[in-house]
Design a binder for this molecule. Structure first.
Ligand code: HEC
Length: 150
């Protein structure tokens, strides 16, 4: 290598480096995508109910206050594992009832607590929502969130 760092050398490092890291980037995107599709997502249990529940979740913008796997707003608790928090692993029926009762009981009006609005959801919407929150709890998020409390 010559002692002086020539313009051509600088250019080659720039383009070569950019190309190299672009290839690495594409590889990582492909890897993440395959991982998300095949490993972390249980497509077999993705029922119509779950899909409808996701629409209930989106239509009512729950994400404006809550997070799902850390994504969303930090006003209210993380909900990706709320199913587990409500005891859904051992007692799915109980967790669904707890969730429905929770949704119907809002806002609590308890002083000093943050309040959640009343969404007036139908029984079907509530069941769909429960199915959605149950399903998201099966996503393998590499042990995220680290605590049961979110
Ligand atoms: C305006 C903000 C806001 C919106 C929008 C909102 N929530 Fe909440 N949510 C809260 C707050 C605040 C709490 C905690 C209340 C408390 O602990 O007393 C909460 C708590 C919860 C809990 C209980 C969590 C736990 O760990 O105990 C569930 C379940 C829940 N929300 C579901 C939903 C769903 C489903 C939607 C959308 C249909 C929604 N929330 C929309 C503010 C909101």
């Amino acid at each position: 290598m010559s002692e002086r760092f020539t313009k051509a050398a600088a250019r080659n490092i720039f383009f070569g480096g950019s190309l190299f890291f672009f290839v690495v980037f594409v590889g990582l995107v492909a890897y993440s995508h395959t991982y998300a599709i095949n490993t972390s997502t249980d497509a077999a249990t993705l029922s119509d109910e779950v899909v409808r529940g996701k629409h209930v979740w989106e239509k009512n913008a729950c994400i404006n206050c809550h997070t799902l796997m850390g994504e969303g707003a930090y006003f209210a608790p993380e909900l990706v594992n709320v199913w587990e928090r409500f005891g859904g692993k051992d007692d799915p029926e109980g967790a669904r009832d707890t969730l429905k009762a929770w949704m119907k009981a809002q806002p609590t009006g308890i002083e000093g607590r943050r309040q959640m609005p009343q969404f007036n959801l139908s029984e079907r919407e509530l069941d769909d929502l429960a199915a959605f929150l149950r399903w998201v709890n099966t996503i393998k998020a590499q042990n995220w969130p680290p605590k049961l409390s979110g």
